[in-house]
Design a protein around this ligand. Sequence first.
Ligand code: M6R
Length: 615
Amino acid sequence: MCGIVGYIGDRDVVEVLLSGLGNLEYRGYDSAGVALNDENQIKIFKSLGKLKVLRENLEAHKSELKAPKSGIGHTRWATHGTPTTNNAHPHTCNCGSLALVHNGIVENYKELKEELIQKGCIFKSQTDTEVVAHLVAHEFAKTHKLEDALRNATKKLTGAYALCVMHKDEPDKIVGVRKNAPMIIGLGDGENFISSDVPAIIEYTKKTIYIDDDEIAVITKNSVKIYDKDGREIQKKVEMLPWEPVALSKLGYKHFMLKEIYEQSDVVRNVINGKIFDINEPVRLPEVNLTQENLKTLSRVKIIACGTSLHAAMVGKYIIEDFTGIPVDIEASSEYIYRKSNTDASTLVIGVSQSGETTDTITAIKQAKSTGSHILIITNRPDSNMARLADSLLSVNAGIEVSVAATKSYTAQLVSFYLLALHLAEIKGSMEKSKIESIKHDLIILPSKIEALLSDTKTIKDCAKKYSGYKNFIYIARGINLATAYEGALKLKEISYINATGYPAGELKHGPIAMLDETMPVLAVLMPGSIVYEKIFSNCEEAKARNAKLIALTSEDTPAIRSLFDDVLIVPKVHEFLSPILTCIPLQLLAYYIAEFLGKDVDQPRNLAKSVTVE
Ligand code: M6R
């Protein structure tokens, strides 16, 4: 959730750090700081708030800088201690000889802090990180070698960390280590980079090394050396990043979220590209590393995820059960990890995550893996920690998603679930051929329907304006679109801070109907196809009788709809089974435009982070 960047080389160090941190800004943070090694002196600058405050701070102190040749920077998302300048990273030791930045949580920091206070350490912050700075300084006093000091210090830590450290007595190096938190090295020519994520370095290099747990990286201007936990040098594979720097540009859109919403037709094309060639040919999914026999006899599926990915999992459950008859459970990762696991070698466990770095899901997947389950990961980040745990990896290819609110990664996850469900159905022979073919056909033409939907958004904008003053909403649906109601409500909550609840339409009468009156609009997703369409219609009549304003999201533009509902958002006609891929889009836009009207920070909503690397 925090961001780290380190640089050593001949470029303007301050600029590289600020631009790297800027490209990590989307992850969400409350304060930022840099440490510069300036002619063998460590100089630290920290600011509360957005990066521009840090930039102004550095600008104001420019004359104090001589010629920094290396530096580390950090954006913080507070866990221990409120967001303040003192709590911002980098942290240092009593004498200020070193600077350290940290992502993650040091669980045993209280005990360590007590010990260090006894030894004379003076703490200036409330963070767990400062403990590590003092620890490394103590170890450095013994060895005078930063990599050894960091290795010895981390032996005392429990928890998760990606750490980067510099010392004034070893001005030519930056040292990093990680455990259960991401860290990569960017390789340049006469310069090197270290970061917690790709966007911070992609402008400068695509050549990268992924650091694994407990490995220590020592970067200098002209070399990168990686050591194992016992201090032995190891050779690591150099990989080429699959992203282009343009992925980090808004390309003329006001916000990344809007750009990403508009990318969804291409995203659907990308996901099915190379997987569906013709409606008569089987789906090609070689990524699923299970034999046909295993797949045929698969008796149980468990899907684990958080937030928006959990909503994609809901649709996954619906279609896998419908297409194959295999029972599927879904569970929030944070719930799965603290109860007796009921997965085993006969269960296919699917982890879904946009970022691939969500700690709750990683922990849950590790637990499931230890029970012998086959692990299939659906993620937008094939380079992530979660991807590394996969026995089968379905990379969803949505491209970097910068806005904190997930949009295109959700659609990509949904399409991946359709491919998987069709693949399983074909292997098991559990679904009529004609039904499979019609779903494939509709999947192939879906991008053009998304384009049609996005070509005229006036009704959605007008609706957003009309309803932006309401404080509470209920989003209802049934069947396959229940996840759409949950996801649409989550989008509204996340970026506009309006209270919106997703609810099964049939449950309205069992409680929430008590809240309905003219102040509580009800948005209903009602897509024709199955019996639930009529049922939702009746549920909406019940809401209308309580004076609730009604908004329909439907493909049916009929007099009956127009007379019952106050506002109607129309999507193109689509196979009901595929409708969640289409219906999520107007709800993303509705949330976007409401947040826009309210002047909210759409791409970086308060308190949220793009990848949640704490429990
Ligand atoms: O990266 P993940 O998909 O594992 O993240 C899970 C949730 O934190 C994430 O989906 C969150 O709900 C998004 N901000 C939703 O827009």
